[in-house]
Design a protein around this ligand. Sequence first.
Ligand code: SF4
Ligand code: SF4
Length: 86
Amino acid sequence: MAYKIITECNNCGACEPECPNTAISQGDEVFVINVEKCTECVGFNAEPQCAQVCPVEACVPDEGHKEAKEALLAKAKKLHPEKKFA
Ligand code: SF4
Ligand code: SF4
């Protein structure tokens, strides 16, 4: 399942460089996550890095975009064809 950023975001920018998939960018009001690129950090980190670094807990699971771990890993492989995943 992709993560999303809620309105509590204070635009600090801490999450953006932590994303292994460059899925995070500055939006009109707050930072936003591209659901096509978010893999919940599967293949890179045990925990979603955006949620780990966010000081106001604004990075949360997007219940509208639920995906199985296998689907998330397939997405990661597509985004990083050069990387060997365990
Ligand atoms: S959960 Fe991981 S892949 Fe998804 S936006 Fe956050 S840092 Fe990026
Ligand atoms: S770390 Fe949290 S508060 Fe900072 S830009 Fe990202 S979502 Fe917003």
